[in-house]
Design a protein around this ligand. Sequence first.
Ligand code: ZN
Length: 838
Amino acid sequence: MPSLTRVEATARGAAITVESYQVDLDLTGGTELFRSRVEIRFRATAGTATFAEVKPARLLGVRLNDRDLDPDLLIDNRLPLDDLVTDNTLVVEAEMAYSRTGEGMHRFVDPADGETYLYAVSFLDNVQRIFAAFDQPDLKAPFTLSVTAPSQWTVAGNAEVAATPTPGRWEFAPTAPLATYFFSLIAGPYHVRRAEHDGVPLGIYCRRSLAEHLDADAEEIFTVTRQCLDRFHQLFTERYPFGKYDQAFVPEFNAGAMENPGIVTFRDDYVFRSAVTDTEREQRATTIAHEMAHMWFGDLVTMRWWDDLWLNESFAEYLGTRVTAEATRFDQAWTTFAMRRKAWGYAADQRPSTHPVAPEEVADTDEGLLNFDGISYAKGASVLRQLVAWLGDEAFLAGLNAHFAAHRFGNATLDDLLTSLSAASGRDLSGWAELWLRRPQVNTLRAEVAVDADGRYAEVALVQTAPESHPVLRPHRIGVGRYSVDGTVQRDEVGVDPVADGGRTVLGELTGAPAARLLLPNDGDLTFAKVRLDPASADAVPLVLPGLTDPLTRAVLWSEALDAATDGERPVTGLVELMVAALPAETEVIIAEDVLTLSRSLIDRYLDPLARSAALARVAGACQRLLDGAPAGESLQLAAARGWIAATTDADLLVGWLAGRDVPTGLKVDEELRWAVLRRLVVLGVAGETEIAIEAAADNSSTGAERAARCRAALPDPAAKQAAWDIIVRDTELSSRPLEATAEGFWQPEQAELTAAYVDRYFADMPAAARRRTPWTADRVAALAFPRYAVAQPTREAAAALLGRDDLTPGLRRVVTDADDDLRRALVARTAVAAASA
Ligand SMILES: [Zn+2]
């Protein structure tokens, strides 16, 4: 199937204007197919030709103006339309296939109760799996939807229901002009709760088997929704522009959520069936705020083409984090951003596949999909935060409001935004945009400190460097914190200007000041740059960090330590010792969780088996101490327990927890924690298929099936590995979730010998496997199934051979390029650490 190119979209965008879509769907036709009819009214220059896109199971009829067109004219997904007149009507009727991959009309049967749920995902270029369309973001038009479905179902769409003329028939009001990728609906016996705020009707939906869990959190979800809505109404002059605001939690959703106007869809993992930490609640709140930000950035004003994807995602990420921190109880959202989201951004930006936040051109929709990454989200949002630090908040918001006013219900580009921001701030932003938005890769700011005999700073300098591949230095506005051992801080905001300083900025204001125990560049996390402490400050971290009261400062320090270990500048074993020193005193759950997760990836890939075992024992000990000190029943206790389960080798104690023995007071060993314990027991070789089957029988939910699939793939058994591999490379029947769970469980550092033969098989099997699946699923599986623990030169050689082929999907090429670069960095770090200790 050809992917729509930028050139084609530009030509079609200039040639036609779409006036309306009238969509009629019949969802009563069985388990495989549904009926779709669309009537599109559009204007064109008389005598010209264009095409519409549709991906039917069977095309039943096509009528353009007064002519029936032969359905056999459809080539791949394109329906040629010629001899256009000024005002055209296109009618396309088709049988369409339900999806199992979360693209198009997804169909899910709940194993818990046998009920069927549908939802529509049009994201990117998938509306054509539901009805024929001119599927590109700048051909916006109102949609009027009618649906026939079982009469006992709930059906909701982008707009309000206007009429239900007969049982089983829903007719919706026309929407505001929408891009095609925003069309959505949900249909099924959904459970719904309704509320209202400031004149906006609110609804939240989930499948029935999760109803009690949604009800338990309904007040929290509505409260966050109201708080965010109020905050956006304070920040923006344009009110929420799409009428009602429904939020549907739907099964097997691929992304976190999708910003369909009027009906946001979320993955229903956000309806918590087991105990979760406050980080997970915060993440749900941030996602609610992120999607709501899109109602203005993305939905009201839409990018013209996918090269301005960042206009959607960077702004939604920035505003989602900011509004969560400012308006909800999750006031540490910027700490989470510093710790988790920026790690994602830095990793993406240092890879060979890095790209500018705002690329000049994205060639086609397939390439557009590749850019939904840590750069378009986390780096872009960091860059905006830096822009706000530079312009001031008032000018920034004035620019945004002018942008919305100028392009409401239309499309806009980077240049349009810069025009609005420049006008509001009175500054020329072209130089800023060139350095921050058009050039990839990240700078490092390294502190150099000289102290005189009296214990005063003789000189404090920040040395800025850039990688050889992209030798660009940038201006940074940052905080510099000076910390004593008792946590006392003095903070300065300083400008780093490479043009004036030639890459070495002397902080003259600090000369002569008493030297602090620890000097922290980028304190407050205002810029996007790797930071390195001076050696004396680095040595002081284990001493100073546990006493710091500001979680954001601790997050910046932890990030520095993790990044230095990732680069091989400091050994992972040193990072582990820092964890032993500082983790038991940590009070911020997100920091504890992310230090454990991010360090684990290094422990598993950077250390040899002996050193790894020793490190995990140290980590398990630190978790045990954190667990001992954590308040009963609170997030930190759960985070510590999860960390301990993942690191311990004490199978007796783990088995005891499953049986309810020796469980810390306040800790609930519920479904999710039971699966975590079982997974660890499987890897330790203590539990097998029998225990997995018993657990799966006790948890008949779809999540239970995913957890069981992951455990089965992790079994240290040749037959289980073979079965899992067959699923990973061949299965096309399973929905994406159990498939991904299988890929996720397959590789275990403990099983290097057992899985050695599969390293080569990955490179042999994956090209065909990727072609068998839709890009989203194929890319996810390829990434999860990559032999990431086979950190050795032969793995890199196999990757190089694969990348030398010319028949790879763009997604597989990106996945292998990036994963190979992770191997490269791990090998470099191992060599550097070995050399330093030799
Ligand atoms: Zn988004």
